[in-house]
Design a binder for this molecule. Sequence first.
Ligand code: FRU
Length: 519
Amino acid sequence: MEPVPNREVEVSMMDGKMSEQLKKARDYEKEQGVKILPDERPAFHVTPTVGWINDPNGFSLYKGEYHLFYQYHPYDIHWGPMHWGHLKTKDFIKWERLPVVMAPDHPYDEFGCFSGSAVELADGRHLLMYTGVLGGPDESPLRRQVQCLAVGDGVDYEKYEGNPVIGPELLPEGNSPIDFRDPKIWWDEEDGCYYAVVGDRTADDSGAILLYTSPDGFSWSYVTTLDRCENRYGKMWECPDFFQVNGKWILITSPQEMEAQGLEFHKGNDVICISGTYDKKNHQFTREAVTAVDYGLDFYAPQTVLTSDGRRVMIAWMQAWANSRFHHGIANWMGMFTLPRELSFANGRLVQNPVRELLQYRREPVFCRDVEVEGISRLGEIGGVRLDDVSGRMLDMTVDVRPAEGQDIYDAFVIRFARDDEYGTSLTYRPKKGTVLLDRGDSGFRFDVVTRREAPVRDRGGVIRLRLILDRFSAEIFINDGEQVMSACIYTPQEADGIYFEAKGKAVIDVEKYDIVVE
Ligand code: FRU
């Protein structure tokens, strides 16, 4: 069924005039953005035009292209009054910058245009749904969060005259009108209506995901509470997304104030994947498992899009809130997004792999087979196996590791990368322990933020596949074809580009390495 056209809804175009705030932001980013040189940014990871970026917003297919918006404070490399920045892409690797689309310029969003999502309407317009913050600054008892709309053509957007469309009156009894944010909208073909999930707090002060529905995208009603935190898995649940992958229903959310749980979750802001069943008729979601989404150090607020060829692709803010203040200034930008990842679901887990479009940008292949690796370098010493043409900070490298024939399983296998005398990040696989440790202790962080994290991995008798994607200021590691992923920023000089392989015991590796070149 086609989405219901909403021609009866007249959208006010702010009298066709752009607000002063939006005009100022457009002028500013136009003037300042060009001052950032291309090699001062990642080559294929999204960064803000200028200033600060946090959550990905409005990731959607619109008129055959993928649009992506972002939480944006152009005027500073720190968080501030939220605007929506804008980009689009055809292949998730090459991005085109577009002008900022929203500024906090209405009474219902005067303290910020917070996170949200987007969908293409049946009449060809692009609908943005976002959270408006009003009433007062952080901590003010007068503060409220409401859900709002803007409509546009892929470049210019105007806020809907009926805003807000979901306010406190559409909250269940006892729920919080203060922490009520981050709507994710989608069109449901089968039911012939729109749905949106929104994060909120229940009376016990912990998170919940509320489900709303609309026949036209403009008038909304409350359906149910899809899931609630009940003080497990953090407190407030931010940035929900709800979709199906390989027949499994997935609810992803980003909890604040998590407590660590073994190797699965870490303290502070984290991201969880709740997989389960969904009785669509009664809107009843039943949990089966709760797992981590990324085991690295910088990953938050992911959002997905369904591609035209049926893939579910996820992108996230590749930055931890906790260390976002400790930026040393590469250039006048702060924060970036992960590489978009294709999702699947297997063996009770979400599986993530880089979008296949990345393969088109691989150049200069290097293959090294049956390389023996033995010995660990001493502290402070550069050692280990170095392979010809295997170095760099913008690459896609897959390392297949196995024990040496007829020998015991090695104790540890280590890849040190982005390495020189001063800096280095390492990945250590301990087959007997069943973990991969990511350590960016020497990755240029001047504050004592968390720099190590360990992921549990499947026992394959000392066999493991590690795919490492580097893009100047980040590393993303896909383990065993995406069963676990670890993401982290590394803000070190680009000259630190060595790659070394080491082992405690003896391991044998095959290496396949490509430079990634995006012109
Ligand atoms: C998550 C978040 C969202 C909010 C936005 C504000 O990182 O806190 O809940 O909408 O950032 O920028």
